[in-house]
Ligand binder design. Sequence first.
Ligand code: SAJ
Length: 402
Amino acid sequence: MSKNFEKKIAVIGLGYIGLPTSIFLANSGYEVIGVDINEKVIQSCKDGKLHIVEPGLQEYFDEALKSKNLSFSLNPEESEIYIICVPTPFKENESNIPEPDISFLESAVSSIKPKLKNNDLIIIESTSPIGTTKHIEKILLKDMASKKIHIAYCPERVLPGNIIEELIHNDRIVGGIDNESTKLAKEFYETVVLGSVYGTDSTTAETSKLVENGFRDLNIAFANELSIFCDTKGINPYELIELANKHPRVNIMKPGIGVGGHCIAVDPWFLISSDPNKTKLSRLSREINIQKSNWALQKIVDNIIDFNKPKIAFLGLAYKPDINDLRESPSEYIALELNRKYEIFCVEPNIDNHHNLKLYNLDDALEKADIVVISVAHKEFLNEDIKKKLLAKRVLDFCGII
Ligand code: SAJ
């Protein structure tokens, strides 16, 4: 695609969100520079190779590189719009409520500060604790009072596994530090997305992201608690949920081996740490979802007690089906725990190797194992041949696929 827009965009942070966003904006006609502090990431981007697995993204990337709208650098260059997509992890503390760590965000802002000109627009997309955009404003305005800089928060809302589609079609929420910032950020997103763009203040925009993922965590907690309850009563939870969901106003989510990923397993803590007394239900949901992984681990241990030297095939390490993302993955946690004591044959078709676990191909793992744990419903595990092979084994299915 040729260049449609005069403004140049710098995207800071080329991870699961920043890289697809850079590609999307370049394919929409903007001149984009993707910036990351990691030399390996910059080199692989320059070589046209993705360092994340996402369906359809490689072809979309090839298109962007062909357009010549997209370049990469270790350092930001002067631009008119800066979009910040760096991670905001959490840190443990004494109160047992993890707290958000915004140091990557602060250093990303420091790295663009020398490049800023009058009327530039900074957009923060990283999931952030409430009040972060105002905090960034203070840092920037400290010795830049002579320049007018616009700042807005616009949470990314894309689902890993369906990123391109959602970048194009999702509605967006933008909240500026003032009305002008909101207006400019809204106008910018309206040039590229097909969904609606809603303007608000920065605090409401920050909170919207946290409650979206909090809502999902809470609903998954209901399903996870229900699955444990069903186990004690001898009820099949998947059948129960399917039947209950026939009610026109009931939509129970799927129980699993726990909740992973960098969003739903993390964002509720941002909300909880900001006011523990007013977020008790969110905290309980987090605890139930964490507990579900420990329950699953115990269930596996109880099921191998009668083997002298049990051999366990463990299918899936990613945090959800058909991606290579292991962040906060409950499956990886359980596999690592089992690996301390037992012989375990891990199968993860979406990664080539793991720093701590030996990976096997599916046939070899099934051949060797006494017991098979289905931890993630990757598409490679869903065919009839595999199901037939599983008939001869003891199987613990935490995904409801057999
Ligand atoms: N899960 C269940 N049962 C379900 C659905 C999910 O146990 O019924 C588990 C998954 O296995 C996984 C975890 O929850 O371990 C999270 O998976 P997910 O697909 O629900 O969500 P994420 O973390 O990949 O992406 C979420 C999305 N948020 C919402 O749907 C509200 C996405 O739109 C956000 O952009 C993303 O978080 C983010 O970056 O915040």
